[in-house]
Structures are given as C-alpha cells and as structure tokens.
Design a protein around this ligand. Structure first.
Ligand code: C2O
Ligand code: CU
Length: 543
C-alpha cells in the first residue's frame, strides 16, 4: 500500500468569529486543520514545521502506534515539544483502526485550534459491514474562545479557579445561526434527496460532552472510536470530548433546510458553555427557501437518562469479519478513583473552593508533568524523572460518593507511572468521587483500544458489580465516560510495549492533574519490544 507524506506548517493566523478577530495557532492556516485519509493498515509520515510562537506536539488520537510511542505526541510524556523554527516528522502507524479518528495538539490547551480529522477507510479490497454510503462528510465539533486559549488556562491555574468557559461551540469551524455575527458563515451540508450519507462526527470540544441531532432525521450510529458497533438508530447521540462516531443519515424528508445542532450535556454544578451550535442540512433542488428552519429536539443539558440511555445501547458489532477478544485472564486489576480535589493555596487565598486551588487526581495522585519526557527517561534509564509506583488502589477504600476526609480531599502531587507486563490482561475500575464536585469524566487511554465491560451508578461493589459485566459484545473504545458518582470498568491486553498516557479528556481536568502513565515492558520476541527511537527527537531544552 502507498506511503503518504504530509507537510504541515504550524502558524498563527487571524480568524474572525463572534464579531471579533484574533490570532490563533493553526496547521496550514485552517480551523479545523487538514484532514488525513488513509486505508486501514497504512503508515504515513507527517512533517511538522513549527513557525508559531511556542513549542507544540501533535497526537494521533486513537491510533495505537504499535511499539512506536516515539510518534504518539503527548508533551513531556513521549517527547519534548517541537520548538519554533524547528521540525519533527511523525511516523503514524495504523493497525486495526477502521472508521474516524482525529489528530490534535497535545501541549497545554493548543488543541482548541490545532486539530483535524483522520479518516481510516477499509483496507483495499474490503468494504464496510453495511451498504457503502453515497457520500461522506466529517463533522468536527469544537470550542471557540474570544480570549487566547493559553491565557484562559494559565490565568485559571494562577488563581486556582475554574477557567472561563468557551464563547461558542462550532461545527466545522463555524458557530452557526444562533450566535452573533455568525449567520452568513454557517456551515451548510448540501445533500441530494433519497441518499444515505455518512457523517464522521468528532468531539474536539475542550470541556463539554455533547448532544447532537438533526431535525426530522434519525441517525444510525455504525462506529465508535474507529470500531464497528451494532447499528443504533436514534434521534440524537451523546458524544464526549475525544470520542468519534460515524452515523448514517438518509435524506428522505421533504426537500428543505434542517438544522443539525449540538449542545452541552452537563449534569454537574460546574460552569459550562450553554450555547448551541448549528449547521444546515440543505437539500438540493428547486424549492423556495423555507421561512423557518426546524431545530432538532435535543435533550436538555442535565438529562442524564437521555445521555445514559444512548450510551448503554453502544455494543461492539462482534461479527465474524470484525471479531473482538475481551481478556478474561486478568493479572493486573487497578481500582482507580477519579476525583476533583483541592490544593492548599501557597500564598494567600486562591479563587477556588474554600479559598484553595482546584486540583484533580487519579487514586489521589495529581500528576505533575515532568520537564524531560518519560519515554526518554525510561528508555535511557534517566533517574529522577518519574516514579514507577502508581498505586493499584486508592489510599482508602472510602465511600466514593460520600464522606470526605482530608487525606482524600488533598491529593499527593507527583509524577508516577504504572508498569505492566507485556501481554498481560489488565482491568481498570474507574470510580467517580464526590470529594469537591461530582462530574462525568471521559477517560482516554493512548496506545490501546479497550473494552468497556461494565458501568453503574454509585459505589462499585466488588461482589455484585462484576456480575453485570458484558464480555460478549462490549464496546471497544479509546475514550469512555465514567458517569458522575458512578463507576466504569475497562479491560485490555497490554500488548503494546512503550509509554502511554491516560487522562481525562476534559481539558481543565487534565490540566489539574487527572492523568497518569502506563509503561508496558518489553516482551521476549523482537515483535514485542519497543522500537528504537528515530534518529532525531526534539531536544528537551530550548538552548
Ligand atoms: Cu485526544 Cu491524550 O488525547
Ligand atoms: Cu474529568
């Protein structure tokens, strides 16, 4: 199969949205950035030339990159940033993924504007497990901040408070009719009557899960996170930041204009952007422009039942051509609390809860990002960069959703990783807590797809909860929502040697320390060992 080479330039560019103009970091001047299209199993090379103002890295979200964490991208986890005036060529190795994924910057909050679609078509000579759609279109949901995104997070971290919410959501770069100064530029998808279209939907939003729907049209969801699922016909989807879904839409309604729309699903009491972004599904043909365009009936923002009813329907296709293999021999089991915490304010008072700063943690370890990447430290045996003792249990088996004691409220700040043996079966039981605020958490793992074998409300129960597991057709994903005050169990085989980041895909939570690292040791055969680094990796100091 062909080898594709992409040449991308990171550059600042002025964009006008919501009646004002600002400079944003882009790839090749686009918002969203360029799409990548490959066939399953191909390898591509993407040369990044940084002509921007600060160091950046790029991550290929959902691409497993077998044995090749050198090109995975998270800043100071697998590489140091590509500094202005320099370049780095990523080798992106596609293996079992098929469907839609995306790429994004993985440095601070730069992914707000530096992101784009990855379309993985079936391998040559194979086809979809459904009739080939008439046409396809990527639909990228994103956030727009009037302020500079780096200032938004940096000032939030300085004061210890919640960052400002975005000023708009966008569909393919446009806020849409419901926002000021946005009507003329609303994204329009022109369609022919009586066809089936595939929409490849990506939630690139910074901090909010989304409900998405199209007025008068059902959606048939056929993939999640580039893995086939049993088709779900539904009036709406719920999609978390990081997730991708392919949906089929049949244009069988009277020729007219219909809104597609996306709005926040948020059942916490945390600040969130409550606007609705719209685009127009516009039938081709001769008809007079309708005087009103119908909006879809989206569930209201705190409709947890609507969100969970949709999510519960997602099951792997698990067919002969697309089999699954859920590990049943679990040799490493990790109970992992997912918490919002407090950090005692260093100087005087902070603007977070109880005059403290907000923090976040996994097993009450709030991740401190090192200044040398962990992959290099591991590979070269550099001491003092990370500790390999991330715990397999929370500090107390406290009542996750109830009592708060100081030892759980204030986390430990450290750079800890968890070692895994090559080829072992791993289970992680995520438990949401209510230490400072209960919230949903879309947890994302690099280097793997995993199976979501169970989920529930309240405290995980070691005796009864595992009896509810689905080991027959659980969804395969790279990002799953841990429900507010609830739990979720994932399983995967640690068959990808290297260093792999795991974090909440709500960007403010990741910035507060809701992150950790897995290091999968080498196996015995050549094919089960980490590849050597490329000749050139970006250096870890600016000088
Ligand atoms: Cu979508 Cu760690 O990333
Ligand atoms: Cu989170």
């Amino acid at each position: 199969s062909a080898t594709r080479y992409y040449d991308w330039v990171l550059q600042e560019k002025n964009f006008t949205r919501l009646c004002s103009t600002k400079s944003i970091l882009t790839v090749n001047g686009g918002f969203p950035g360029p799409a990548i299209q490959v066939h399953k199993g191909e390898t591509i090379y993407v040369n990044i030339r940084n002509q921007g103002l600060y160091g950046v890295t790029i991550h290929w979200h959902g691409v497993k990159q077998p044995r090749n964490p050198w090109s995975d991208g998270p800043e100071n986890i697998t590489q140091c940033p590509i500094q202005p005036g320099s370049n780095f060529t990523y080798e992106v190795v596609f293996s079992s993924e098929e469907g839609t994924l995306w790429w994004h910057a993985h440095s601070d909050w730069t992914r707000a504007t530096v992101h784009g679609a990855i379309v993985v078509l079936p391998a040559a000579g194979t086809t979809y497990p459904f009739a080939t759609p008439y046409a396809q279109q990527t639909i990228i949901l994103a956030s727009w901040f009037k302020a500079d995104v780096m200032e938004v997070i940096n000032s939030a971290l300085a004061t210890g408070a919640d960052p400002n919410t975005s000023d708009a959501f966008t569909i393919n770069g446009q806020p849409g009719d419901l926002y000021s100064c946005s009507k003329a530029s609303t994204y329009r998808l022109l369609v022919d009557y009586g066809k089936t279209y595939m929409l490849r939907i990506i939630n690139a939003i910074m901090n909010e899960e989304q409900f998405f729907a199209i007025a008068n049209h059902n959606l048939t969801v056929v993939t999640q996170d580039a893995s086939y699922i049993k088709p779900i016909t539904t009036p709406y989807i719920m999609i978390t930041p990081g997730q991708t879904m392919d949906v089929l839409v049949t244009t069988n309604q009277p020729r007219s204009h219909y809104y597609m729309a996306s709005t926040a699903y948020n059942d916490g009491d945390v600040p969130y952007h409550n606007g609705t972004t719209t685009a127009i599904l516009q039938y081709r043909g001769n008809y007079s422009t309708p005087s009103t365009t119908p909006l879809p009936n989206l569930p209201i923002h705190n409709d947890t039942t609507a969100a969970d009813n949709f999510t519960a329907r997602v099951k792997s296709l698990a067919s002969k051509a697309h089999p699954i293999s859920v590990p049943t021999n679990i040799t490493t089991r990790i109970y992992m609390t997912v918490s919002i915490n407090e950090r005692i304010c260093a100087n005087a008072s902070c603007a977070g809860p109880n005059n403290n700063a907000i923090a976040a943690s996994l097993n009450n370890i709030s991740f401190d990002t090192p200044s040398i990447d962990i992959l290099q430290a591991y590979y070269r045996g550099i001491n003092g960069v990370f500790q390999g003792n991330f715990p397999s249990n929370p500090p107390l088996f406290f009542n996750f959703t109830g009592e708060v004691v100081n030892s759980t409220k204030y986390p430990t700040f450290a750079t800890k990783a968890k070692f895994l043996k090559y080829g072992e079966g791993v289970e992680i039981i995520f438990q949401g807590t209510n230490l400072v605020a209960p919230e949903n958490h879309p947890m994302h793992l690099h280097g793997f797809s995993f199976y979501l074998v169970g989920t529930g409300y309240g405290n995980f129960n070691k005796a009864t909860s595992p009896k509810t597991y689905n080991l027959v057709d659980p969804p395969e994903a790279n990002t799953i929502g841990v429900p507010k005050n609830g739990w979720a169990t994932i399983r995967f085989v640690a068959d990808n040697p290297g260093v792999w980041f795991m974090h909440c895909h709500l960007e403010r939570h990741a910035s507060w320390g809701m992150d950790t690292v897995f290091i999968v040791r080498n196996g015995n055969t050549e094919e089960s060992k980490l590849r050597p680094p490329p000749a050139h990796m970006p250096p870890c100091s600016k000088s």
